[in-house]
Design a protein around this ligand. Structure first.
Ligand SMILES: Cc1ncc(COP(=O)(O)O)c(C=O)c1O
Length: 369
């Protein structure tokens, strides 16, 4: 027998667990990780190169620990796109929104504390909770994947969690959560504890509706988390950020590692912010493709969950994993998130989406004969 993880003195809660990760298979069409399919425009690649060259000259020094220029730029982007005025004191940035969430759980969760999410939802919320020693509570959703306010309020009142996660648009189901629901959960969480409410808006730029950022007004326990991985098409950059009351920004600095955001990351993200207009043009194209996927999947006879994201959940399958395999056999990789009866496809380029639709039409024909 070879020496493995369980032979090491790892923490009990990590024993027998597997790391998070979608299969990275080498197939012609990969629509499984909710990435933006469009490479960065050449003018932006040039600008990144310039900014990184400048930053390289100072790499003997630690970067700006507080990433002030970048946070100012992110605050301007949020103000411009939501109409809600924010400044540098309201914004914090880290290596992907996963790190933002980790810092929030290190600050507001931890041993002896709990966090709740309404599942199925983004599984990293629960995994990061485990990694930070925070107890995880799986809150309920209706069969149509909406959050039922009375049931959610009951779960909050019963468990009195320290952190409440609401993902809107939700991953993997795609549906958005109405502002009234978020407000009801926020109020229930304040009455029960009070606790922090983290609204994960990783996919908000693809939504038919507006950001919930204006809800920050007068709610210091509310946090909106965002990322450049999806709409900005910069998953490889690893840049996530949050907007909240300045006290929240001060609080996460108690747990952040010094100089966590490299000078190269800050320079690259600043270059991307200079090109938001071009980047967001692709978003419009992807929204149109997402709507096409919804319509075509319904026309083929599949059930589809309403989508406000850059992906679509479709079903229902007696055996979703077997269907996933049949689609893969046709050269298209989608995601089996373990939601019984359902699969998820990311909106790709029109050609990739055509290949996917051809594959599912064939699978449907085969399954109904
Ligand atoms: C809902 C949600 N939040 C956060 C993330 C993490 O994004 P990143 O760490 O790339 O910013 C993802 C990635 O898929 C996601 O689906």
């Amino acid at each position: 027998m070879t020496f493995g993880i369980d032979d090491l003195p790892v923490r009990d809660e990590l024993r027998g667990k597997s790391p998070y990760g979608a299969p990275q298979l080498d197939v012609p069409v990969r629509l499984n990780t909710n990435e933006n399919p469009y490479p960065l425009p050449e003018a932006l690649v040039e600008r990144i190169t310039e900014r990184v060259r400048e930053a390289a000259r100072d790499l003997n020094r630690y970067p700006d620990r507080d990433a002030v220029e970048l946070r100012t730029g992110l605050a301007e982007y949020l103000t411009k796109t939501t109409g809600h005025p924010l400044d540098v004191s309201n914004v914090w940035a880290a290596n992907g929104s996963n790190e933002v969430i980790q810092q929030l759980l290190q600050t507001f969760g931890g041993p002896g504390r709990t966090a709740i999410g309404f599942e199925p939802s983004y599984s990293m919320h629960g995994l990061i909770a485990r990694g930070t020693g925070t107890g995880w509570i799986s809150g309920p959703r209706h069969d149509d994947f909406t959050i039922g306010v009375p049931a959610a309020e009951r779960a909050i009142a019963e468990h009195r969690p320290d952190v409440v996660f609401v993902t809107t648009p939700n991953n993997p189901t795609g549906n958005a959560v109405p502002a009234e629901t978020v407000l009801a959960l926020h109020d229930a969480a304040q009455a029960a504890k009070p606790s922090m409410v983290v609204v994960d808006e990783a996919y908000i730029e693809f939504s038919h509706g507006a950001s919930l950022l204006p809800l920050l007004d007068g709610r210091p326990n509310l946090v909106i988390s965002r990322t450049m991985s999806k709409a900005f098409g910069a998953a490889g950059l690893r840049l996530g950020y949050l907007a909240a009351h300045p006290a929240v920004v001060d609080a996460v600095q108690l747990v952040r590692l010094p100089y966590h955001l490299s000078a190269v990351t800050q320079a690259t993200a600043l270059a991307a912010l200079e090109h938001t207009d071009t980047l967001l043009k692709y978003v419009e194209q992807l929204k149109a493709e997402r709507d096409r996927l919804v319509a075509e999947l319904r026309a083929v006879g599949y059930e589809v969950t309403e989508s406000d994201a850059n992906f679509v959940q479709f079903g229902r399958f007696a055996d979703s994993h077997a269907t996933w395999r049949k689609i893969l056999d046709r050269g298209v990789l989608v995601r089996d998130n373990g939601v019984p009866g359902w699969l998820r496809v990311t909106a790709g380029t029109p050609q990739e989406n055509d290949a996917f639709l051809d594959a599912v039409r064939e699978v449907k024909k085969e399954q109904s004969t």
